[in-house]
Design a protein around this ligand. Structure first.
Ligand SMILES: [Mg+2]
Length: 480
């Protein structure tokens, strides 16, 4: 195996927000600043999606069950995720990168690679470039981020991890060995607990130990692909380019039938297969969708589309199949049908998280994509739907106590904007009235039966109302 040609400058950046969801909550709710905050599922099987640094010092980590997180940090404020807010903050973070280059490759909602090879460093060199980038992202989004830079993606990502929280680390090519060699192998991409254990058995704990191993030993211990990959990683051999990515608008499938379908039962029977094909495409893009559109072309070639929007993006197969069935119900089937299509849009890569938040059972159920099309209704799917309920609440309209999940945005005619802190068995809801612009606000117990409290969408990073995603969806505008 030979070394690839690597660039001479540390011009690949990896930008990563710190405790992103929790940081957005702290940015928008001044009373939470400097306090432990847990974002995640609040149901019995809920999982922590993000923990603020104040909570991390108490031993809380993301992906921990919410129950154990609460035990570890009983003083923490627990809120459900608000993806409308996170998406808006994410766009600002990505914008800071896109100001500098088109070569931006998002990895998730809050981290991305950028190729800054076209940037000319000033007198402060690459560290100056990294600091400027970090400051710009913080200015635009108002949440803490960290920036790592190196001559490869591998090093840039490890550098941003080393820079956390709220720092920059630039690894010059000459310093790469000093940076990499002392690292535990567990911190490397592609080294999970199983590989780490196998490596430990042959005495490999650090990258330096790893570099001492011949290629054939590594492939024998870890298999061909993983072994040769780690052989390269140990040497910093990574010449993968930053892939310029444009977000896909939709994933879909259509089927034209050999003979026209007559009647609702016949059309409905064909729907699961088409939806499953669309779902397979969605999965290939690692995506999740919020809006499910069904397209029907009649024998006379007129076409009708109907869409159903879910409360939040999901990658859950059963939920998407079910939404497709509901969309088909909205189509008036007046004549024979020659074509049936299903499209998923409002795609979001990070939405897989919605499943993880619901608990391990929900996540596992969604991961299995094989099996008969249209399995909705099987006992396993019913269980998943149950697990997803906590995050699939209604988020607009008059507040009812059963919808009052902690963290949701509300508005009151006299007190203004606030967020749900808690509910009580007597049906009262605690709301803290504050926004990023007001400073820490007062908590008031309200009775949503007598008081006009309204569930509203989140505000953006600039404090302006965000457009209602559900209203903005245009089913006819999707390319199927
Ligand atoms: Mg992050």
């Amino acid at each position: 195996m030979t070394a690839p040609r690597l660039r001479a400058e540390p011009s690949i950046a990896h930008l990563d927000a710190d405790a992103f969801f929790a940081s957005v909550e702290q940015a928008q709710r001044p009373s939470l600043r400097g306090r432990p905050v847990l974002v995640g599922g609040t149901g019995p099987r809920g999982v922590v999606a993000a923990a603020s640094y104040e909570a991390r010092t108490m031993g809380v980590r993301s992906a921990m069950s919410m129950a154990s997180a609460r035990r570890a940090c009983p003083q923490a404020t627990v809120v459900v995720p608000r993806f409308d807010a996170y998406s808006a903050f994410s766009a600002r973070i990505m914008a800071a990168l896109r100001e500098r280059t088109d070569a931006v490759e998002p990895l998730s909602i809050d981290e991305a690679f950028a190729d800054l090879g076209t940037v000319r460093p000033g007198p402060d060199g690459w560290p100056g470039v990294a600091r400027d980038l970090r400051e710009r992202a913080v200015d635009l989004a108002g949440v803490p981020v960290s920036v790592g830079m190196g001559r490869s993606k591998l090093v840039a990502k490890l550098a941003s991890a080393a820079a956390k929280p709220a720092g920059v680390v630039v690894v010059a090519p000459d310093d790469e060995d000093a940076f990499l060699l002392p690292m535990p192998v567990r911190s490397l991409w592609g080294v999970g607990p199983v590989s780490a254990e196998r490596l430990e058995k042959i005495g490999v704990r650090t990258v330096e130990d790893l570099r001492g191993q011949p290629l054939d030993t590594l492939t024998m211990v870890l298999g061909e692909a993983a072994g040769s990959n780690l052989f390269r990683v140990a040497r910093g051999w990574d010449d993968r380019p930053v892939a310029e990515t444009r977000e896909r608008k939709s994933a879909g499938a259509e089927h034209t039938f050999e003979r026209d379908l007559h009647g609702r039962a016949e059309v409905a029977a064909q729907l699961p297969a088409v939806a499953e094909q669309a779902f397979a495409r969605l999965e290939r893009h690692g995506g999740a969708a919020r809006t499910v559109t069904v397209k029907v072309r009649f024998a006379g070639f007129s076409t009708v589309t109907r869409a159903v929007s879910l409360p939040s993006p999901t990658a859950d197969r059963a939920a998407l199949h079910e939404a497709a069935a509901r969309a088909l119900d909205l189509v008036e089937l007046t004549e024979p049908v020659r074509l049936l299509g299903v499209a998923f849009s409002g795609l979001s890569e990070h939405a897989q998280l919605m499943l993880d938040l619901a608990g391990p059972a929900g996540a596992a159920g969604a991961a299995g994509s094989a099996g008969a099309a249209g399995a909705a209704g099987s006992p396993a799917d019913a269980d998943d739907a149950e697990a997803l309920r906590p995050v699939a609440r209604r988020r607009r309209g008059r507040l009812r106590v059963e919808d009052a999940a902690p963290g949701l945005d509300v508005r009151h005619p006299t007190h203004g904007r606030g967020w749900v802190v808690n509910t009580r068995d007597d049906g009262r809801v605690a709301v803290r009235f504050e926004t990023a612009a007001t400073g820490p606000g007062r908590q008031i117990w309200l009775d949503p039966v007598t008081e006009e409290v309204e569930l509203v969408g989140a505000l953006g990073p600039d404090g302006a109302e965000l457009p209602d995603a559900a209203a903005a969806d245009d089913p006819d505008g999707e390319d199927t």
